[in-house]
Design a protein around this ligand. Structure first.
Ligand code: MF3
Ligand code: CO
Ligand code: CO
Length: 271
């Protein structure tokens, strides 16, 4: 263990408090992950396989001299998760070809100088249908409302509540079976960041906490199931699902988003 790891403060909820200087590491890692997601935009077309997109991401990671956090993680073998239509998360890239109107989440985590940058966003192959567009817009706005609740003194319940209230007001549902997570010099750390909840519940946010917010939103019911491959999570009712993920750090007055798109390409139709 490194000396600064031994000296680090951990809250009673097991959440590590990072130092001012650590923000630079997260900024660099988050930027690389977001930059790779920007580079994916022109590839997403009808007739492309999700394996081809993953191969491209593997090459982008290699070219930048950084490391994939997912290859070898719990036996996972790919540089991305690609979750198409009713796949909620952890979709495994494969030979199946995208068809016109498919919506997909691409989730990339890289390690840069020991820091983890974890981000995902939505893409469309071809023409975006109106109901899929609404789902994607509500999911993104839900994430941003969760992020707007991130400041010292607020709680993790405030984040979940902000997301849930917005999503349900739009008659969509928040997935309960997967959550965001602390990260930093590790991929997954306390706390579990729930995307639903009660205002004022849960651990209090403190400056120096690093975590992801990554709501999954369904057009239908919130229930999911994991397929026989032990990774792919789908909606039980086969309804469409969307997800966006940012890695953030709590500052004195709010938060810093480490994984903003350098090119402003966070929306599938603004690419
Ligand atoms: N990046 C995912 C997350 O947001 C985790 C993927 S783990 C994998 O936490 F093994 F499936 F890649
Ligand atoms: Co994550
Ligand atoms: Co992720």
């Amino acid at each position: 263990m490194a000396l600064d790891d031994m000296r680090a403060r951990i809250t009673k909820d097991g959440i590590r408090i990072y130092e001012d200087a650590d923000f630079a590491g997260m900024r660099a890692a988050g930027r690389v992950a977001a930059d790779i997601l920007d580079a994916v935009v022109p590839l997403v077309l009808p007739g492309t396989s999700t394996a081809a997109i993953d191969d491209f991401i593997t090459e982008e990671i290699r070219r930048r001299g950084v490391t994939s956090a997912t290859i070898g993680y719990k036996g996972y073998r790919h540089a991305s998760c690609i979750s198409v239509n009713h796949v909620v998360c952890h979709g495994i890239p494969g030979a199946k070809l995208l068809v016109d109107g498919d919506i997909l989440n691409v989730d990339v985590t890289v390690i840069v100088d020991g820091w983890f940058g974890d981000t995902s966003r939505m893409y469309v192959a071809g023409q975006l249908a109106r109901k899929a567009e609404r789902l994607i817009e509500v999911t993104h706005e839900g994430l941003m409302r969760g992020i707007a609740a991130v400041k010292p003194g607020n709680t993790f319940g405030d984040i979940g509540h902000a997301i849930q209230a917005y999503v349900e007001a739009n008659r969509m549902s928040v997935v309960r079976d997967f959550c965001g997570h602390g990260l930093g010099r590790v991929f997954h750390a306390p706390p579990n960041v729930l995307h639903y909840g009660r205002a004022g519940a849960g651990p209090v946010l403190e400056e120096g906490m690093f975590f992801t917010i990554e709501p999954m939103v369904n057009l239908g019911r919130p229930e999911t199931k994991v397929l026989a491959d032990d990774w792919t999570a789908v909606t039980r009712d086969k309804s469409l699902s969307a997800q966006f993920e940012h890695s953030v750090g709590v500052t004195a007055t709010g938060c810093e988003i480490f994984t903003l798109s350098p090119a402003g390409k966070f929306h599938p139709t603004w690419g």
